[in-house]
Ligand binder design. Structure first.
Ligand code: C2E
Ligand code: MG
Ligand code: MG
Length: 665
């Protein structure tokens, strides 16, 4: 992570020694030093040759030879170390002993130049003494630039090289020698100070670079890994999947994608809270991750969806299928053991969809979609089970894709339309209108909602569509002169209702249209209430206190639980048309309808029967106490203009005693 400037300098203070710095920086320092070794060794060679030649006339030749051999022998060792370092550590971190080695070699090198003042210092020739001093000082100054990254090394070099010559000057009892000695001390101090400064600058810049690299790594990590589970995320898994598809085509073997979706995760999340939900996801991720081999990848797509990419599971489809099924079964078993989370013992099951590759030409995205569709099939088959993607399912994939794309266009190009179907009371007067969505497709004509609502729900487009529906229905209501006497019934989908902003948004839409909330009724289904009943009640109560009423749509097809129904601020139950349509023929449907009517009476809730197609059904329902009806017998859903034409009563704002006669003339 990127630290502040203060943090950096604090770190630098702590790491002022060459050995205490972070390994990355230490390696960086060693690398800088090694990069200047060739230049240093050339300088050593030139200076040692020049010095030896100059001193030939004043110093014993054997001494010069010995010194020359030691000095350049050391250069050979340094060259060898330089080659070794480059061979091993140009890219990776150098171990700490390289810092120690550099220190020893620098000190030894300093000593060879210090030795010049001892062995090659001519007592009698001041000119040669000055020359000697000049060479040593030159080497020390050079060391500042090449060894500054390691303060200990540069200091060792300078002190070992300079101290003997200083002592030497003071030993010769002349003023000019004292002066030379004093100047050498000053020069040494200057060199040390410069070294320290240079060292600080180099370390700071390396530290900064180090922080940058760390920050880049963090950003890289966040872009490719899921923060909660530390598993690869969608982006990374798609990348790997692409590689794996290419590899399997090249090597002619088969791989598999497992799409996992936890069953009823939302219920756990909603009832026990997000902390428990998050912990569960972490534990699930860790169990899954334990199972995968090194060459496989487990990833989290988001929410409670996981992917396992199995590389190379077989050479033939049958073999591959067998192996992947085995893994899937193991995953089911792995998750079978209960999870212990904050004192709760949680039992979790998972639905798994499988797609193999490269059986047909498939992209990574398509493969994920295929496995998703297979997972959906597993859910339909009762959850806690595995399904393999079959080519027949491809139709679902293509259809889903095309519909999603089409719906986006429909929203943008204004292809959606609302039809309205009247609801009537026992006297057949219109008491309400249900807004029913239609997609006016440029090529296919009018499309019924059953063909696209589910896809809109899956893809999340439903929230935008739902907003459009609410807006349009409210606006249309304000255009109906008799609107004040009607309930405008708007269907709400689960995802739309789950939005946190749902209540506020709807209130705003109603206010903007200038209609009375008392005239708005929302149709919700049981399934969307059961997920998080407390949150649902809260939202319903907020809207109720604003005047909005509620009906439970498709009643009878879901849980139909009295226990929670009692707690809900519901005004109407709509009996699903599947029970009503053949009520006079199907005994069990008749029983269900009678039970629902009795139940509603008991709870003092009104009932609307949907799907009233003929008079027999109407009379049958009336006989059993039902008082509100909706169905083709009275009217089919139709555009607002047709409705206003067909029922002129709706054009009268002060409808006489609310009577609109629906009896066919
Ligand atoms: P629903 O809310 O149960 O709507 C009643 C459905 O029954 C409508 O189908 C209506 O045309 C049909 N229906 C009414 N009377 C009869 C009849 O006598 N016989 C028969 N066979 N059918 C009848 P539709 O318009 O195709 O809508 C289907 C479903 O799509 C709706 O069921 C509702 O769940 C959903 N839907 C419609 N509009 C919207 C919307 O704006 N938002 C959301 N979220 N869902 C919508
Ligand atoms: Mg409805
Ligand atoms: Mg219904």
């Amino acid at each position: 992570m990127v630290n502040s400037g203060q943090n950096q300098s604090a770190q630098l203070q702590r790491s002022i020694s060459d050995f205490g710095v972070p390994p990355d920086i230490r390696s960086g320092l060693a690398r800088i030093i090694h990069s200047s070794v060739p230049l240093t060794l050339i300088a050593v060679l030139i200076n040692s040759v020049a010095l030896s030649i100059v001193q030939l006339s004043v110093v014993a030749h054997t001494t010069i030879l010995i010194w020359f051999c030691i000095t350049n022998g050391l250069s050979l060792i340094r060259w060898g170390l330089y080659l070794q370092f480059n061979k091993r550590y140009t890219l990776e971190q150098a171990p700490i002993y390289w810092t120690h080695l550099t220190f020893i070699v620098s000190a030894a090198s300093g000593l060879t130049w210090g030795a010049v003042a001892i062995w090659l210092f001519p007592e009698d020739s001041f000119v040669h003494q000055v020359f000697t001093a000049f060479v040593i000082a030159g080497m020390s100054a050079g060391a500042v630039t090449t060894l500054a990254p390691l303060l200990s090394s540069v200091c060792a070099f300078i002190l070992f090289a300079m101290l003997p010559i200083i002592v030497r000057f003071f030993q010769v009892d002349t003023d000019i020698n004292y002066a030379m000695g004093a100047m050498s001390i000053l020069f040494t101090v200057m060199l040390l100070i410069t070294s320290k400064r240079l060292n600080q600058t180099i370390k700071e810049s390396l530290l900064l670079r180090h922080e940058q690299v760390l920050a880049e790594k963090t950003i890289q990590y966040q872009a490719h890994y899921d923060a909660l589970t530390n598993l690869p995320n969608r982006r990374l898994i798609i990348g790997r999947l692409k590689q794996e598809i290419a590899r399997s085509i090249r090597h002619k073997h088969i791989g598999g994608v497992l799409f996992l979706d936890l069953d009823h995760f939302k219920t756990i999340n909603d009832s026990l809270g997000h902390t428990v939900g998050d912990e569960l996801l972490k534990q699930v991720a860790s169990r899954i991750n334990q199972r995968v081999r090194d060459e496989d990848t487990a990833a989290r797509l988001g929410g409670d969806e996981f992917i396992i990419l199995l590389a190379e599971v077989g050479d033939t489809p049958v073999q591959a299928m067998d192996n992947v099924m085995n893994v899937a079964d193991q995953i089911l078993q792995l998750l079978d053991a209960p999870f212990q989370i904050s004192g709760h013992e949680l039992h979790v099951t998972v639905s798994i969809g499988i797609a193999l590759f490269p059986l047909t030409e498939t992209s990574a995205d398509q493969l994920l979609q295929q496995s998703d569709v297979a997972m959906y099939e597993a859910k339909q088959a009762g959850r806690n089970t595995v399904r393999i993607f079959l080519p027949e399912m491809q139709k679902t994939v293509d259809n889903r894709r095309a519909t999603e794309k089409g719906l986006r266009r429909a929203l943008a190009e204004d292809e959606l339309e609302l039809f309205y179907q009247p609801q009537v009371d026992a006297d057949h007067s219109i008491i309400g209108l249900e807004a029913l969505l239609r997609w006016n497709h440029p090529a296919k004509g009018i499309i019924a909602p059953n063909e696209f609502i589910e896809i809109a729900e899956i893809t999340g487009l439903i929230t935008q569509i739902g907003d459009w529906v609410s807006n349009t229905a409210c606006r249309d209501l304000s255009r109906i002169p008799a609107g004040r006497n009607l309930k405008m019934c708007i269907n709400v989908s689960p995802r739309q209702f789950a939005e946190t902003v749902f209540v506020d948004k709807l209130k705003e839409i109603i206010a903007m249209a200038g209609v009375n909330p008392d005239n708005i009724q929302l149709e919700i289904t049981e399934s969307m209430l059961i997920r998080d009943i407390e949150a649902a009640i809260e939202k319903m109560q907020k809207l109720k206190s604003a005047g909005v009423s509620f009906s439970i749509d498709d009643f009878g097809t879901g849980y139909s639980s009295l226990a929670y129904l009692k707690r809900l601020p519901v005004d109407i139950l709509k009996i699903d048309k599947s029970f009503v349509l053949d009520i006079d023929k199907d005994e069990s449907n008749a029983v269900i309808v009678e039970t629902v009517i009795a139940m509603a009476k008991h709870m003092q809730i009104d009932i609307v029967a949907e799907g009233v197609e003929n008079e027999q059904i109407l009379n049958y329902l009336k006989d059993r106490g039902c008082t509100r009806f909706q169905g083709y017998f009275f009217a089919r859903p139709m555009p607002l203009n047709s409705l206003l034409k067909q029922f002129p009563e709706l054009n009268r704002s002060n409808r006489d005693a609310n009577i609109i006669d629906m009896r066919p003339s």
